[in-house]
Design a protein around this ligand. Structure first.
Ligand code: C2O
Ligand code: CU
Ligand code: CU
Length: 484
């Protein structure tokens, strides 16, 4: 039903008229533009003022039982109201009633079983993004489980320590469910990292960055746009509008996640202060990399260590998004207070370089927009088809994948289960901060990006797709069947 509506609307809507979505949580649609945040903004400026709220931290998921080898969790997804704008209720979909969802702390080598109970009112499928996950637990778009049912996801946590995240992956609906709240952190802690003395505990902070827009009644406003993808006019971190955080004058590990539908960021700290990047999607870099700007496409993770001793007590240090417009520039603020003795440090070597197996095949993936009739985004000349396998890489091999973007839009291309190294971006080597193992890579307008995936650990059928959610939904997704 929704699918038909959207498709019918598409032929009219693409290339100008934004589509107003038919998602259940939205109030009756009103495409007049009267109810945008911009209007709420001028009527009552305060709710959108940045730095009014303290940074919330998502609750840490608590296992219902655990042994040395296995942790068990139960998570119930349901609609709830949350207070994002003071005095107003915002209906969201929430893992265990929290937006963002609870943060899982997994340990490498210890299995996590998560029973997902679906009381959301719709079909769901849970994907662990960046996870090395058996195919039956990967949250394939067509592995949805219905409202009123539950599904058991088993994560083996065989991979190195990394900042992963989980989100809904319902076919054609991910932009809506992600937008309405279904995202959370899943951190794989690697015992090998403990020896590094990186900041930990309260000094290790997950930061989920998203853009949203609001209706006057406080509900989230969503408009589908399969061309540009959704762009909101307000930045939230961990579910709060541009919050502030008290930090001591010491080292902090910040785990940035861009969990936005389609917005990209360029994160700058204060007046171009340095951040030391230690990790990317797949985990630690071999060596720390000093950066002043952190570019982030949807679904990417970047971990940095910030030394707040470079600021005096009382400093208020803003994290800006220099890729933003007026209302989407402020991301959050760090308010520096006195610190205790520093115990953490950033070592010169973080992890060892891993050699990939030899290249076994080369594949070309043109990225195109197909505007005739049934308009959609395509990979390799086709949209998503559950019955089509686009490639059959060999387990244990690596391959060269060339993404050639024939459009004017950015496509953050993502592979499930397998990590890759970036070989070249428009013929150049990647920035050292992107030299680690990645699962999502920016393919800019008219650009060619070559990556080298390593088909390690598990065989089976997985998707790869554009992570601009509106593109992935419509229908920029392919399937690989990795054969043993
Ligand atoms: Cu965040 Cu298919 O993934
Ligand atoms: Cu993924
Ligand atoms: Cu795209």
């Amino acid at each position: 039903m929704e699918e038909l509506t959207r498709r019918a609307a598409l032929t009219r809507g693409f290339g100008g008229i934004a589509l107003v979505c038919s998602f259940k949580l939205d109030p009756p649609t009103r495409p007049s533009g009267k109810r945008t945040s911009a209007i709420v903004r001028s009527a009552a400026n305060m709710p959108f003022e940045p730095f009014q709220r303290d940074l919330p931290l998502p609750p840490v998921a608590k296992p219902v039982s655990q042994t040395r080898r296995l942790q068990k969790y139960v998570v119930t997804t349901k609609p709830v109201n949350v207070e994002i704008l003071p005095g107003l209720q915002t209906p969201v979909l929430a893992y265990d009633g929290h937006y963002p969802g609870p943060t899982f702390h997994a340990t490498r080598g210890q299995v996590a079983d998560i029973v997902h109970v679906n009381n959301s009112g719709r079909d769901l499928t849970v994907h662990l993004h960046g996870g090395v996950t058996l195919p039956q637990y990967d949250g394939h778009p067509h592995d949805a489980f219905a409202n009123g049912t539950q599904k058991d996801y088993r994560y083996t946590n065989v991979q190195s320590g990394a900042t992963l995240w989980y989100h809904d992956h319902s076919h054609g609906e991910t932009a809506r469910t992600l937008y309405h709240g279904l995202a959370g952190f899943y951190i794989v802690n690697d015992p090998a990292e403990d020896a590094l003395e990186l900041p930990r505990g309260n000094y290790d902070v997950p930061l989920m960055i998203q853009d949203r827009s609001f209706n006057a009644d406080g509900s989230l406003r969503y408009q589908s746009d399969i061309d540009l993808g959704f762009h909101g006019d307000t930045i939230l971190v961990n579910g709060a509008i541009a919050p502030r955080m008290k930090v001591e004058r010491r080292l902090y590990r910040l785990r940035f996640l861009n969990a936005s539908n389609a917005r990209n960021y360029a994160l700058v700290l204060g007046n171009n202060r340095t951040m030391v990047q230690i990790a990317t999607d797949g985990g630690l870099l071999t060596k720390p990399v000093t950066r002043n700007v952190i570019p982030m496409e949807p679904a990417e993770r970047v971990e940095v260590v910030v030394d707040f001793r470079q600021f005096g007590v009382g400093s208020k240090v803003v994290l800006h998004n220099t890729a933003g417009e007026a209302s989407t520039r402020a991301v959050m603020r760090f308010d520096v207070v006195r610190g205790g003795a520093e115990e953490a440090r950033v070592p010169q070597v973080l992890t060892e370089e891993e050699d990939l197996p030899p290249v076994n095949a080369s594949r070309e993936w043109p990225l195109t927009f197909q505007g005739l009739g049934h308009a959609q985004w395509e990979i390799g000349g086709g949209g998503f088809d559950d019955n089509r396998i686009d490639c059959r890489p060999r387990l244990g091999s690596s391959e060269l994948w060339t993404f050639t973007n024939f459009s004017e839009r950015v496509h953050p291309m993502h592979l499930h289960c397998y990590h890759f190294k970036i070989v070249s971006i428009a013929g150049r080597k990647p920035h050292p901060g992107d030299a680690g193992f990645k699962d999502t890579v920016r393919v800019g307008p008219r650009e060619t990006v070559v990556v080298r995936p390593w088909f390690d650990y598990y065989s089976g059928r997985y998707v790869f797709h554009c992570h601009a959610s509106e593109h992935g939904d419509m229908s920029m997704m392919g399937q690989m069947d990795v054969v043993a």
